[in-house]
Design a binder for this molecule. Structure first.
Ligand SMILES: *[C@@H]1O[C@H](CO)[C@@H](O)[C@H](O)[C@H]1NC(C)=O
Ligand SMILES: *[C@@H]1O[C@H](CO)[C@@H](O)[C@H](O)[C@H]1NC(C)=O
Ligand SMILES: *[C@@H]1O[C@H](CO)[C@@H](O)[C@H](O)[C@H]1NC(C)=O
Ligand SMILES: *[C@@H]1O[C@H](CO)[C@@H](O)[C@H](O)[C@H]1NC(C)=O
Ligand SMILES: *[C@@H]1O[C@H](CO)[C@@H](O)[C@H](O)[C@H]1NC(C)=O
Ligand SMILES: *[C@@H]1O[C@H](CO)[C@@H](O)[C@H](O)[C@H]1NC(C)=O
Ligand SMILES: *[C@@H]1O[C@H](CO)[C@@H](O)[C@H](O)[C@H]1NC(C)=O
Ligand SMILES: CC(=O)N[C@H]1CO[C@H](CO)[C@@H](O)[C@@H]1O
Length: 740
């Protein structure tokens, strides 16, 4: 009630949608207007008074009048003022507050455009106009932005609530830094961003601008930098409003149905929320996974846990182990159809071409991305980003191209994937030449492969899954020592090489959706080869020195082994700093996901559990005795036992395995590796390992499978871990046997 009363006591300008009978449109010095009176514009479009309807402007929004005592008049200084008639006399509540040299013949008038103006008879000068001081509504005659001549920066500010026109917490302002954009703020924090003015429209609302009702006029010249939505048909009323929820709405008055209809509004979807996917994150509202964030090419989630919890606001960081991007063969990967990141801290040069822009960005090592400032004429002008790459959104059409700086490895992946990661005109010829050569070599290769396939089929060999290593290997791999070592070894084992392009395509560029989990020294991804075969790809984190040894170890050892209870290595991939192992895909993932999971536990009956234990035992026996080599696995545990479609166990992860000579019994190491809880005491304490250490781990694993409990390793309180509990059980039993 109080609030309604308050509204009645502020001076408001209305858009008048019903006819009134009044002809007064001007206040003169000797004609004050009191409560109950009102002014109407000539064509009866707008009315000024102390009452409530579609209010378009409020004078004293933060200073309401107590009671019906308001008087609007032109003061002796020529200013239009609102006063309250109190017992203490007249109290000034609001004033146009401009300096007027000669206060004679001043009048205030409301125009049919919806503007209240303060002017002087016989003069063209307008001293003050309400359109320079918008409140929460933008009429088609009003502008948002800076008037450089008067220094007035016009913006919208919402109401406190539906009934209280006081200044609220949501505002719409033109951000004049960098390339101009409109920003909706909520409590002074960025809430929504229109995208920069790209020469045709706001880059972030491509759909909101295809319209026959209005047109957007954006001007940036010496007088002003401002935007205005003008209606094409003057008989239509269209306004832009903001509310306390942080919604921007463009409405048009539907005279026949006597109602307002929304032409467009913002924010529209989850991706319009500012910074939804954080720094270097791109928000795609059209994913079917439900999670909208992806990282820029060459970037990875800052916190995997947050991403797993579907919170992308932490954004992304450079991929672990990425290479320097300063004069080190770096370049740019194109992201198509995006709302480019926040342009408020960019460097803007309107005179550069897109090619010159690329050079400019490449030259400065802190430049992270570039895009053209004006999308007309194939793209002109140059925006370069050095920090704060925030608030990027993916469109299916519209938006513009954004070029992200990427190191040579990422560049190679994208170049191969899309066939075009570069844009430079200078390189265009090279690309065309390169493309023709690749097409030619691909044709030759296809013919070669076809011949090989036929000859293999005749020999009854393995299906042709993999690229011919001679053809691809020499082209895509550098002369790394590890490559040689693996090559030499491969000669004996026939382990095929996968081309990086194949792996990138199979794993959808190591997409988040394809991630199966992270192992000790890298991520594991699911992939689909072109022929439909499912694979699992273990991708070593680059520059983790440890991973390389394990990689070699695994390639050398497992390639020689074949057993139904060992996971099968299909091949490897080495390209520059990339090292990957490609395995057969295990649909049921790993054993720990079953035995320790409340719900899935029950799907394993005793028979199944027994078969799994027997299978693991067979695998271990093969490693220790039956294969050509004598191998100690050293990291046998539930997460390293994978399950195929029929729940057959397969031992995996040979990164820490060691090969023994035939008559060797044990060895010692200074570097104890493995997993506490599964390690035999003599290994954990003295670094001694032998086949017995694997047998110890196998025992723990068997206990876990039977009990469904994790052998949590605890130094302080061994009675709490599984092995401790079992030991106590045995001791008690012995005691009781002894007594009886
Ligand atoms: C007022 O309305 C008349 C007819 O309806 C129109 O001709 C005239 O241009 C309008 N004036 C203004 C200032 O809009
Ligand atoms: C209106 O009344 C409130 C309290 O009743 C007082 O705080 C405020 O100063 C008054 N405002 C004016 C303009 O008189
Ligand atoms: C103020 O109120 C008093 C008493 O109600 C009235 O006599 C006087 O004319 C009013 N002044 C103005 C400027 O309206
Ligand atoms: C009028 O403007 C001056 C400075 O421009 C400011 O200090 C003063 O508070 C303003 N008065 C009102 C009533 O807005
Ligand atoms: C505006 O924001 C402040 C600070 O966050 C908050 O206390 C206040 O309730 C908000 N007001 C409205 C009308 O939302
Ligand atoms: C941009 O080009 C225009 C016309 O070619 C020229 O007048 C202007 O000075 C140039 N601006 C800069 C910053 O180089
Ligand atoms: C790179 O650009 C940034 C931002 O414009 C600038 O501060 C820095 O001096 C530039 N560095 C070089 C080496 O030009
Ligand atoms: C997790 C999340 O925010 N998902 C959103 C992805 O975008 C669509 C479309 O805007 C939303 O409906 C989802 O809620």
């Amino acid at each position: 009630m109080q609030l309604v009363k308050r509204l009645l006591n502020v001076l408001v300008l209305h858009l008048l949608l019903v006819r009134l009978c009044s002809s007064l449109d001007t206040i003169k010095f000797d004609q004050p207007v009191g409560d109950g009176d009102f002014l109407v514009s000539k064509n009866e479009t707008f009315v000024l008074g102390f009452f409530k309807d579609r209010v378009v402007w409020v004078a004293n929004r933060d200073n309401p009048i107590n009671g019906s005592s308001g008087v609007l008049s032109i003061g002796s200084d020529g200013n239009l003022g609102l006063q309250a008639n109190t017992s203490q006399g007249l109290v000034r509540l609001w004033s146009t507050n401009v300096s007027i040299s000669s206060a004679s013949n001043i009048f205030a008038q409301i125009l049919d455009s919806g503007s209240l103006v303060l002017a002087q008879q016989g003069s063209q000068d307008v001293f003050w106009q309400s359109t320079d001081h918008p409140t929460h509504i933008l009429l088609s005659s009003m502008k948002i932005g800076l008037d450089r001549r008067s220094g007035i920066n016009r913006f919208l500010m919402c109401w406190k609530s539906d009934n209280d026109p006081g200044t609220g917490n949501v505002s719409l302002r033109m951000d004049l830094n960098g390339s101009p954009q409109l920003i909706l703020y909520k409590n002074e924090a960025k809430w929504w961003r229109s995208g920069h003015w790209n020469g045709i429209q706001w880059g972030g609302i491509p759909a909101g601008q295809r319209n026959v009702v209005f047109k957007i006029n954006f001007v940036n010249n010496k007088d002003e930098i401002a935007v205005q939505w003008t209606v094409l048909d003057p008989s239509i009323y269209s306004v832009i409003t903001i509310d306390g929820m942080g919604t921007l709405n463009q409405l048009a008055w539907q005279g026949q149905q006597h109602q307002w209809v929304s032409l467009w509004s913002a924010p529209l979807d989850a991706c319009d929320s500012y910074g939804k996917c954080g720094q270097f994150g791109n928000c795609n509202p059209y994913t079917n996974s439900g999670f909208n964030c992806t990282c820029y090419p060459g970037y990875e989630p800052t916190s995997l846990q947050d991403w797993d919890l579907r919170d992308g606001t932490g954004g992304c960081k450079r991929q672990q182990g990425s290479r320097s991007m300063c004069r080190n063969g770096e370049g740019f990967v194109k992201m198509k159809n995006v709302k480019v990141p926040d342009t408020s801290s960019i460097k803007l040069e309107m005179n550069l071409s897109l090619e010159a822009c690329e050079e400019e960005c490449l030259r400065n090592c802190s430049c992270l991305a570039y895009a053209s400032a004006d999308v007309r004429n194939g793209g002109t002008g140059c925006m370069t980003w050095y920090k704060d790459l925030m608030d990027t959104k993916q469109f299916t059409e519209g938006g513009q191209d954004l070029y992200i700086r990427a190191d040579a490895v990422v560049l190679a992946q994208y170049k191969k994937k899309s066939g075009a990661g570069f844009s430079s005109g200078k390189r265009r010829l090279a690309i065309i030449l390169g493309a023709s050569i690749s097409v030619a070599s691909l044709l030759i290769l296809a013919v070669l492969c076809w011949f090989r396939k036929i000859s293999r089929k005749e020999r009854g060999g393995q299906p042709e899954l993999l690229n011919d290593p001679a053809a691809f290997g020499s082209r895509s791999c550098e002369d790394l020592p590890i490559r040689k070592e693996v090559d030499e070894h491969r000669g004996k084992t026939d382990l095929p090489f996968f081309d990086l392009t194949t792996v990138v395509a199979a794993t959808e560029n190591f997409s988040f959706a394809n991630m199966l989990g992270h192992g000790g020294f890298g991520m594991v991804y699911k992939g689909n080869l072109a022929d439909g075969q499912e694979i699992a790809v273990k991708r070593l984190s680059r520059n983790s020195g440890q991973g390389v040894d394990e990689f070699k170890n695994e390639v050398m050892l497992i390639a020689k082994l074949q057993h139904r209870n060992l996971v099968r290595l299909l091949g490897c991939c080495i390209d520059k700093e990339e090292r990957m192992l490609i395995y057969e895909y295990m649909p049921n993932r790993s054993l720990d996901l079953f035995i320790f999971d409340k719900n899935r536990k029950s799907s394993l009956d005793w028979r199944k559990r027994f078969q799994i234990i027997i299978g693991i035992a067979r695998g271990v026996l093969y490693l220790h005795q039956d294969s050509r080599l004598k191998i100690i696995h050293r990291d046998l545990k539930a997460s390293n036992v994978l399950l195929d479609g029929s729940m057959n166990p397969k031992i995996s992860d040979f990164g820490m395995a060691r090969m023994f000579g035939d008559d060797q019994i044990e060895a010692s190491t200074n570097r104890v590796v493995g997993t506490y809880g599964y390690m035999s005491p003599e290994y954990a304490m003295n670094g001694l390992y032998s086949t017995k250490s694997d047998v110890f781990s196998f025992g723990v694993l068997a206990l876990e499978i039977i009990s469904g409990r994790k052998n949590n390793f605890q130094f302080e309180n061994p009675s709490l871990n599984l092995v401790g509990l079992v030991n106590m059980g045995l001791v008690d039993r012995r005691k009781s046997l002894g007594h009886s």
